[in-house]
Design a protein around this ligand. Structure first.
Ligand code: KIV
Length: 284
């Protein structure tokens, strides 16, 4: 059954944890969907893990739409969330609504995500009023790394924790149906989770959130550039891929691949090539 905004709400009520992974392509979306994931986030992390940028700031609307289309085609049941890139919603409320609409109309997403709390509450309110469900994202918001001075845990001091609670309340009040809490102390995430009616989805925010999200390259050890403390490797796909690439190179060079099993035979039989070469060139 298709996961919806309502599924998220009921899961929080029942204490059934919401599962979300980032996803950027059709084949992986199908695999995750078949595994029973609740939601696929086409995150702007694609700038780093798919496109090789040092951060998420260069990602464009076109990048996100392109990948959201592919994920939407592979996701039968999972709720697809398209991430709003840097400067696609900060400039004005109108631009925010317009760009959120593009992720739904062109990308095929069922919801959008944007970073920020109190400062983007008006954008969340306007997008929600336009019938586009919004996931908010507070704590370590990677689009603000220049303002934060790097990828740093947020909400560690009592003042910072209070500000986070204020952000969480603001996004809920503005109409967000869920909120991602990134890199915040577990006790602060627990307090926010208890204070809100909407579900919290944690990444580096401890076990008390209503759900969890991870970047799939991180949980499969496919991306070596950055290893945050909160990442658990659930499968060594990186190791499996490295070994497979090495075998392919070795077998191709040795001639072991392709064998007969992976070759075609002409109707006229296996010797047809030799027969053609034996013919005088004028007959070919
Ligand atoms: O872009 C992304 O992948 C994200 C997740 C880390 C929540 O925002």
């Amino acid at each position: 059954m298709k996961n919806t905004v309502d599924t998220f709400r009921r899961q929080k009520e029942r204490g059934d944890k919401i599962t979300m992974l980032t996803c950027y392509d059709y084949s992986t979306a199908k695999l995750m969907d078949e595994a029973g994931i609740n939601s696929l986030l086409v995150g702007d992390s694609l700038g780093m893990v798919m496109l090789g940028y040092p951060d998420t700031l260069s990602v464009t609307m076109e990048d996100i739409i392109h990948h959201t289309k592919a994920v939407s085609r592979g996701a039968q049941n999972a709720l697809v969330v398209g991430d709003m890139p840097f400067m696609s919603y900060q400039v004005s409320v109108d631009r925010a609504v317009e760009n959120a609409g593009r992720l739904i109309k062109e990308g095929g997403a069922q919801a959008v995500k944007l970073e920020g709390g109190v400062t983007v509450a008006e954008q969340i309110r306007a997008i929600s009023r336009a019938s586009v469900p919004v996931v908010a994202h507070i704590g370590l918001t990677p689009q603000s790394i220049n303002a934060f001075g790097g990828f740093k845990v947020q909400g560690k001091s009592i003042e910072a924790a209070r500000a986070l609670v204020e952000d969480a309340r603001a996004v809920e009040e503005a109409g967000a149906f869920a909120v991602v809490l990134e890199a915040v102390p577990a006790s602060v995430a627990e307090a926010i989770t208890k204070a809100l009616l909407i579900p919290t989805i944690g990444i580096g925010a401890g076990r008390h959130c209503d759900g969890q999200v991870l970047v799939y390259q991180d949980m499969l050890d496919l991306f070596g550039n950055l290893k945050p403390k909160f990442v658990k490797v659930f499968g060594d796909a990186g190791g499996v891929m490295r070994a497979a690439f090495a075998s392919y190179i070795e077998e191709t060079k040795s001639g072991a691949f392709p064998s007969e099993e992976h070759s075609f035979i002409a109707d006229a039989g296996a010797d047809i090539g030799a027969e053609i070469l034996a013919e005088p060139e004028s007959d070919r």
